[in-house]
Design a protein around this ligand. Structure first.
Ligand code: NAD
Length: 486
């Protein structure tokens, strides 16, 4: 039986309590292995190792040396690509076709992109005039924050974890990662890669477990953790924010979304359909940036609904290894129950089910898996729960609109503010509407088109702070002003 152990101070370790939990494959609910749940002693040991590593060889390395080492890590992930791919797809059930294009290459690239940004980013300098005429020189000097706790979700496990670990290490910090209990595999495998590349002991640590009364809470409440970066649900973000308030530790929160897609009648309809297909259904709808509310200008509403329905009905569901497959199961049985509860609620709230709405027949070998049908609704009221709450499944509601002002109002009428996708060929309207969105990221005629140098984060209840490019520097380093009297 495969064992997913904690990775502490460069070694894979079992736990003092001997507690384990099951890791199951959502494709058919088969058992993948046992995960060793870290208790307080293991979290203490991981934080201690991370703190000590700041004073060891890692802390003494030059920026150039660190960058070289992280480059090696990226290359080694690519050399072990198939193992990472297999581990990620078994944990999540996502098709190889997707993970081999997004999750694994981006997971590796995250160790290179920030290093380059760092190496090329200047610090500020100001000459100050003083009464004696000699002046003073000010310059900014960045130092690592120290031990960073990384709490990551299950939807893009490697990509979202390295999105934080990459810049944290590039800036000279050490990390203790708590991956989602649903997806322990790639974070564990990365421990092997760190050792193979010669990353000093204690720089990268992994503790497995859950949130409350488990590794997540022990880590975020640990006084020797200097900053916490979290991606996950807004409600969890609130709990972590409270934990971080003790000792005034810095936090970065990337949380939920209920993102709008806006389709104007003057759009390129092929692009709008293709983009909305991806934004609502890729990764089985389990993408924080995904579109769950689509607003379509009335003259093209019927055409849009019909074409999206046709697109959805052509999606091929199946096992990750099949190269023809576009669409896998949800991540777990628990999440399947949540998504199906929204499918039932939509009908209770008066939706017209355009397509889907249930559980597909996958055959005897797969029926125990976490499969749900991709689903489109119309006809819900603006205050329906299905229109207001994040489902995080392969589904969207489509509603007609008549004017630009109306759709801006509708799109912004949510407590969330992560992203928006706007489809129009009118560039003046595109920038006007994009700028009016209460979100952190607005795409025009695209979706999930990411330049890793740009700011990433959410407005309102979708998060606090920005990561990506130089913005990560603000979170992962302490900026000190040095003032030298001349
Ligand atoms: P989640 O909040 O349930 O869990 C995320 C992580 O937090 C897991 O590792 C979990 O074990 C841990 N955790 C839970 N309770 C905790 C506690 N009390 N203390 C410390 N850690 C705790 O989220 P999830 O279900 O894994 O992920 C889905 C959510 O993540 C969705 O809401 C989605 O929108 C959001 N998400 C946001 C982004 C973004 O960039 N904004 C990206 C991906 C996912």
């Amino acid at each position: 039986m495969k064992q997913f152990q904690n990775f502490i101070n460069g070694e894979f370790v079992t736990t003092a309590s001997g507690k384990t939990f099951e890791n199951r494959n959502p494709v058919d609910n088969s058992l993948l292995g046992l995960v060793h749940e870290a208790g307080q002693p293991e979290v203490d040991a991981a934080v201690k190792a991370a703190k000590a590593a700041m004073k060891g060889p890692w802390g003494k390395m030059t920026q150039a040396q660190r960058i070289q080492l992280l480059d090696k890590v990226a290359n080694r992930i690519n050399e072990r690509f198939d193992e990472f791919l297999d581990a990620e797809c078994k944990d999540t059930g996502k098709p190889h076709k997707i993970a081999s294009h997004i999750d694994i290459p981006r997971g590796a690239a995250n160790f290179k992109a920030f290093s380059e940004t760092l190496a090329n980013h200047p610090t500020e300098a100001f000459k100050l005039d003083t009464p004696d005429g000699r002046g003073a020189l000010n310059y900014g000097h960045r130092t690592p924050k120290g031990v960073i706790a990384v709490i990551s979700p299950w939807n893009l496990p490697l990509l979202l974890m390295t999105w934080k670990v990459g810049p944290a290490l590039a800036c000279g910090n050490t990390v203790v990662v708590k991956p989602s209990e649903e997806t322990p595999a790639t974070a564990t495998l990365l421990g092997e890669v760190m050792n193979e590349c010669g990353v000093p002991k204690g720089v990268y640590n992994v503790v497995h477990g859950f949130g409350p009364d488990s590794a997540g809470a022990y880590l975020t409440e640990h006084p020797d953790v200097n900053a916490i970066t979290f991606t996950g649900e807004t409600r969890t973000g609130e709990i972590i924010m409270r934990a971080a308030s003790v000792g005034l530790r810095n936090i970065s929160l990337e949380c939920g979304g209920k993102n709008p897609g806006i389709v104007f009648a003057d759009c390129d309809m092929d692009k709008a359909i293709e983009g909305t297909m991806r934004s609502a259904f890729v990764n089985c709808g389990q993408v924080c940036l995904g579109t769950e509310r689509v607003y379509v200008e009335r003259p093209v509403f019927d055409e849009f609904v019909q074409r999206l329905k046709e697109g959805v009905e052509k999606l091929r569901l199946g096992v990750p290894e099949d190269p023809e497959v576009d669409f896998g199961p949800l991540v777990s049985q628990e999440h399947k129950e949540k998504v199906l509860s929204y499918y039932r609620l939509a009908v209770e709230e008066g939706a017209t089910v355009v397509t889907g709405g249930g559980v597909p027949e996958m055959g005897e070998a797969l029926n125990a898996g976490a499969w749900v049908e991709p689903t489109i609704w119309t006809g819900l009221a603006d205050d329906a729960r299905v229109v207001r709450e994040e489902v995080f499944g392969p589904c969207c509601h489509i509603r007609p609109f008549d004017t630009e002002d109306e759709v801006i109002e509708l799109a912004n009428d949510t407590k969330y503010g992560l992203s928006a996708a706007i489809w129009t060929e009118n560039s003046a309207r595109a920038s006007r509407v994009a700028e009016a969105m209460d979100v952190g990221i607005a795409w025009v005629n695209s979706w999930f088109l990411r330049d890793l140098r740009t700011a990433f984060g959410g407005a309102k209840e979708s998060g606090i702070g920005r990561e990506g490019g130089v913005h990560g520097l603000e979170f992962y380093t302490e900026l000190k002003n040095v003032c030298i009297k001349l």
